[in-house]
Ligand binder design. Sequence first.
Ligand code: RBF
Length: 173
Amino acid sequence: MASALKNLSAYNDTDVPNAEEMTFGLVVAEWNTHITHALYEGCYNTLVKHGAKPENIYTMQVPGSFELTAGARILNGQQNVDAVICLGCVIKGETSHDEYINQAVAIGLTNLGLTTGKPHIFGLITTNNEQQALDRAGGKHGNKGVESAITAIRMAFLKKTPIKGKEKRAIGF
Ligand code: RBF
């Protein structure tokens, strides 16, 4: 399974830029709260662990995952953050609601990333059942909130760092 082979929660601390000067927006969905709060804990603690100041982390709760993009848009209007991380959990049910919500969030966050020029991190767990979600919120497949935090720091660092030419880089983790 792809996530078993690439569990980014077990990342190398030394590869992560310092987040001391960075600001973050966290938008968290209230549906499946036991999952999304575990994602939030992992995400928030990882940002702080890498230097982010608590006063520079703005948290907004929205009703469901469908509202994540609207929440991110509102947060952007109120705070000039370096990156926005959206955390939610959509579990497949008897109907195809999950496909509509997941697609809307993926497209919405892509659009927000392109129109604002700021990283918008897709921290949405999209699973077939609750166990798969638990496995990814601090269980056997790590915590996608932690991974979202690392991705946000790395992307914010890229945005803050002017790219240079003539530099051959090692590719890979
Ligand atoms: N929101 C979630 O974050 N996770 C879900 O698993 C979820 N399931 C839903 C299932 C149905 C049938 C509906 C109508 C909504 C669901 N929502 C879920 C809420 C959705 O993200 C949104 O808050 C509402 O549709 C209001 O816009």
